[in-house]
Design a protein around this ligand. Sequence first.
Ligand code: PNW
Length: 541
Amino acid sequence: MKSPLVFVIAAMVTCIVAQDPYYVWPDVFNDEERDAFYYGQFPDDFKWSTATSSYQIEGAWDVEDKGESVWDTFAHEGTHVANGDTGDVACDSYNLYATDVQLIKNMGLSYYRFSLSWPRILPNGRPDSASADGLRYYNALINELLDNDINPQVTLYHWDLPQALEDEGGFLSDDFPQWFNDYATYCFEQFGDRVKFWITFNEPWIIAVLGYGDGVFAPGLNGIGDKVYNVSHNLILGHAMTYRTYDSTYRASQMGEIGITLNSDFVEPYDRSIPSDVEAASRSLRFGLGWYANPIFKNGDYPDIMKEKIARKSAAQGLASSRLPEFTEEEKNMIKGTYDFFGLNHYTTVYCVDSDQEDLSNPPSYYKDGDVNQWKDSSWPSTGSSWLHVVPWGIRRLATWIRDEYGQDIPIYVTENGVSTKDVAELNDEIRTKYYTSYINEILKAIRIDNVNVKGYTAWSLMDNFEWAAGYTERFGLHYVDFSDPERPRTPKASANAYAQIVADNGFNSGSTVTGALCLLVASTLLALINAFVPSTCFEF
Ligand code: PNW
């Protein structure tokens, strides 16, 4: 009798010979070891999702007793957003949420990440103002999802702060952590019986740096050298306090998970053989991602390199204390370990080099504090957004960096990943199909080859929507939305079908069906030949 090994070896050899490495972007990313496509499946319990956020899709900005958010104010000022666009109507999901749920269902997803509008729920920001209509709307959305077997993944804060709280200092107020905790508590009470996955904040880095640093996002303040650090400080305290509330009061009965979503580009050393480039890359990641991740996932405090550099620079800049605030020991203990998972938003990669000398100049800036120069390579495919170039291998390197920096066991959820196109009516969005295919493939490699604990993936976005300062000029959707039509019709793009196929296959089946069938045919012919001509003793052990 022939060993079954013969068949297996024959099939493997044939498949290897039959299949050249496949590349999704052969002109740009064709390094065999790094870029060759990897066939295989995700773990059985992998969670596939897609995302939106309240201000970007809901519209109904002043319906019933809804309070104004900082984005209502900022967009209505008319000068900050491309074409003077606003989210007043956006995708009209306030009225069309049931349609959205069907789009999600049609893609075969079991999860949907959306955010709650704080001023729709609590018009003045505080529980004494709770809106019946806000409660009705989110109960209706959550129930519609559950009726369709889709699990809600809820972000408590995706940038639409009640204007009433901004008027009292917003994230700069020492009361901010308590305000946020009270709002979150109300949400746990009202929705926690059905919501089992909570994200406190979406992208603290963007809130601080673009909102209170550069002022290009709401509330539009300029404090790139100082306010950014105070905002982040209060945000981290608000996150930690809220995590502790959930943990002590709601977890036992509601049995959900709660974490935070951080955004990060990957930072690749321009020349890995130059130690200062390699050092600069870790430093940049620590100043960006580590600003929040180090306190929460590591030791309750900012990365040492941030504390050292900012203290030294602050002194040289003539300040009496560091621009980076300090946590008390009690706060550090409260902050450390406030996560059930690591939510990661990732889009793109940059190259970096060390800036050679420590910049002690005035005025201070967060951008100078890390002493790293970074840029995007012009050979990387460009997209509808100037900040976003396609670099699939970056997401795998970032995932392994997070594992190495914060620990093997932390469950990572990719809570956003996606790509934009300019505002053209295009349903055959090849770039988005290729982007999702290649980035998701790199995550599969991170799981299967690097053993990184990635538990889920979320495509940004379910549909075209209000893209912040870019208004409606950049489209990230799996579905096309016609913003000139009062009905706001949604149409699936090619990428929606491609994503649905990946989800249906839970990964990537080896080769095309044709290649697969050919392999099988050649393998069985080989087996028949072996059977006929080779003496069976050759294969007996
Ligand atoms: C994220 N940048 O924001 C947000 O979470 C989404 O609301 C947004 O629509 C999506 O990514 C696409 O932009 C970002 O300038 C906004 O580097 C800006 C940047 C990155 C992420």
